[in-house]
Design a protein around this ligand. Structure first.
Ligand code: SAH
Ligand code: SF4
Length: 356
């Protein structure tokens, strides 16, 4: 059987495991220091551990299971990594440079079952969930790449917006957060982490009860059920009558601002009428709402959708503003390297099919 990555264990998890295996508790902090501060990639480099402990770790874990298959760098500094998992599946991870820091977009599942009609990731059904270790590993791979450049750069922000629906892999996602947020680990502040969901209402409620300060983004994309069901099949299971009360519960419980993502699709959901409907939908929570208008990244297989015109985007934005809704248009990164969700992976898989 393949060994799992030690990055998947929270500090508490590793401590219990060590104690169960006859080791001293304090070893956990030492191991974490090697993993996340000194960032070694081999257990044998953990100099203050005795041989017994190193042997034990080597018997049960590996540090890295991901293999870098492709690395593409964009003119704007965005880097896209395609990783091969132990079972041969491919996933992607993106590093983006902003004026506020370095942000990494991680994948949580191999494929996605939500099947939104505009998305490249949903073209392939979910093959499996990623383990917490495989999600942490994506960040560590990017951090190791930065370390190798010798510029003392740190990953400072995380967006869980890669392939997959994170709330459909909830427990592993939460362990991932615990590992990267821990001060003894990468110590990435909760306020610097954003998770995006297509709207699994019951999980939004569960997330509200977690008592953590991680930011929540909800992919709304339409202000009424008819249109939303057309664009996102998940709206049948979680229509607005279920989704919006879950969001209200989250807002009440956390008093934290939510981001609503809204991809602008030409002549589908980008009319003035939809902007007005959206403003009405968010009216009672506009003090805690931010609408992120996303220019659509065209996907070959979904040629029924095109990007909205500049005029339509400006009008949509203006209408929301007139109605007192906080909003912005997302700046694009790495469009020359297929950096949009799932695109590099789906192209790579097609290429492999043609060549093999
Ligand atoms: N499954 C989650 C998180 C991953 S998708 C979700 O759907 O929220 C992250 C964001 O990228 C979502 O808002 C999604 O709607 C958006 N997205 C997907 N495909 C896109 C495309 N081709 N162009 C622009 N945004 C896209
Ligand atoms: Fe899945 Fe999100 Fe893509 Fe929808 S947009 S198919 S939920 S990854």
């Amino acid at each position: 059987m393949n060994k799992t990555s030690i990055y998947g264990l929270t500090l508490d998890g590793l401590t219990s495991w060590l104690v169960e295996n006859g080791q001293k508790k304090f070893r956990a902090a030492q191991i974490w220091d090697w993993l996340y501060k000194k960032r070694v990639t081999d257990f044998s480099e953990m100099k203050n551990l005795n041989k017994d402990c190193i042997d034990l770790l080597e018997q049960h874990f590996v540090i890295q299971t991901l293999e870098q298959a492709v690395k593409q760098e964009s003119k704007d500094g965005t880097i896209k990594f395609l990783f091969k998992l132990q079972d041969g599946n491919l996933i992607e991870t993106v590093l983006m440079r902003f004026n506020y820091g370095l942000s990494v977009c991680v994948t949580t599942q191999v494929g996605c079952n939500i099947g939104c009609t505009f998305c490249a990731s949903g073209l392939l059904k979910k093959n499996r969930d990623l383990s917490s270790g495989e999600i942490v590993e994506q960040i560590m791979n990017v951090q190791h790449h930065l370390d190798s450049q010798g510029k003392d750069e740190r990953v400072s922000h995380i967006v869980v917006m890669g392939i997959g629906e994170p709330f459909d892999n909830y427990d592993n996602m939460m362990d991932f957060f615990r590992v990267i947020n821990d001060q003894k680990g990468l110590s990435i502040g909760a306020r610097h982490i954003t998770v995006s969901t297509s709207g699994l209402a019951h999980k939004i409620r569960e997330f509200a009860d977690e008592n953590i300060q991680i930011n929540l983004a909800v992919s709304l994309h339409a202000p009424n059920n008819d249109l939303r069901t057309r664009i996102m099949k998940i709206n049948k299971a979680y229509p607005l009558e279920k989704l919006m009360p879950a969001i209200d519960y989250y807002l009440e419980k956390t008093n934290r601002r939510i981001t609503f993502e809204y991809i602008l699709l030409h002549d589908v959901n980008d009319h003035k009428e939809e902007a007005i409907q959206l403003a009405k939908l968010l009216k009672n929570k506009r003090h805690l709402s931010y609408v992120n208008l996303i220019p659509y990244n065209p996907v070959d297989e979904h040629n029924q959708y095109q990007r909205s015109t500049k005029e339509a985007i400006v009008e949509f934005y203006g209408t929301l503003m007139e109605h007192g809704i906080n909003c912005g248009v997302r700046a694009e990164q790495g469009t020359d390297i297929d950096a949009a969700c799932g695109q590099l992976r789906s192209k790579q898989i097609k290429k492999n099919k043609v060549t093999s």
